[in-house]
Ligand binder design. Structure first.
Ligand code: GTP
Ligand code: MG
Length: 239
């Protein structure tokens, strides 16, 4: 039986899940800790990369990291939307149950973090969508990676998919505000607003590029002077 505190029966009724699915959903919910473990692992990898970059270059490419696990309700909704049946593997078909958002300072940081992460032996890239090079119709920009990471359990190894969205602060600002506006307007945004938002995305891209150029100039000029940051300083910060 589905645990009521996890998915209330009223929710299951309202989204049209019949009792045949209950066992599968229960099993799935019980395995949610796998996704939490995968997020922990990737978060640690990202923090290590950020710290190492700081030691070597006196600069943190990552501004901050956010993560979330999809709620059982929205997993079921997605399974229904994708017409997945009882026998389909949800793990293989719903790859954004574990989600990590990496907010970088500059555009070049987005690609360097992605490159450093993907070259690690235990990370398998399943899918890459570069919405920076090819923005979505809305104006949305980010680099999306679906990766698989091994989670070592007592008697087995589970390969768990994780969706990683990597964006700059400017890209994230746009995505957050646009998402909120869309969410608040249940009837959808009108054409004029959609166009204005798209224009905002273009302007923010120009600002992103300008900030990148300024950063590169400053960074290069600093490289010629002696670096004050050391591994000892980092160690003190981490303690
Ligand atoms: P989903 O079923 O929504 O996961 O779509 P998908 O599997 O086709 O993946 P997609 O590459 O479109 O990325 C989905 C995620 O990217 C969403 O859950 C959002 O977090 C983000 N995203 C994609 N498009 C937009 C957009 O136009 N605006 C905003 N704010 N976020 C977007
Ligand atoms: Mg999604």
């Amino acid at each position: 039986m589905i645990k009521k505190e996890i998915i209330p029966n009223t929710t299951l009724d309202s989204i049209g899940v019949d009792t045949d699915w209950e066992e599968k959903i229960q099993l799935f919910v019980e395995n949610m800790y796998l996704y939490k473990s995968a997020i922990q692992q990737i978060n640690t990898k990202l923090e290590i990369l950020d710290n190492d970059f700081k030691v070597k270059n006196d600069y943190n490419p990552i501004h901050h990291i956010e993560s979330r696990i999809k709620t059982p309700e929205s997993i079921i909704q997605k399974a229904l939307r994708k017409n997945l049946s009882f026998s389909d593997s949800w793990k293989d078909n719903i790859t954004d149950i574990a989600g990590i958002r990496v907010i970088c300072n500059y555009k070049e940081d987005v690609y360097s973090i992605s490159k450093q992460l993907l070259k690690q032996e235990d990370i398998t890239l399943l899918k890459e969508k570069d919405y920076i090079l090819h923005p979505k119709e809305s104006g949305y920009k980010a680099l999306h990676l679906i990766i698989e990471t091994p989670v070592y359990l007592t008697n087995s190894v589970e390969h768990v998919p994780v969706e990683i969205q990597i964006r700059t602060i400017a890209m994230d600002t746009w995505a957050s505000l646009e998402h909120e506006l869309k969410y608040k307007n249940k009837n959808g945004l009108d054409d004029k607003t959609i166009k204005r938002l798209k224009k905002c995305a273009t302007k923010l891209s120009e600002i992103d590029q300008e900030l990148q150029d300024i950063h590169n100039e400053q960074f290069l000029s600093q490289e010629n002077s002696t670096k004050s940051y050391s591994a000892n300083t980092l160690l003190l910060e981490l303690l």
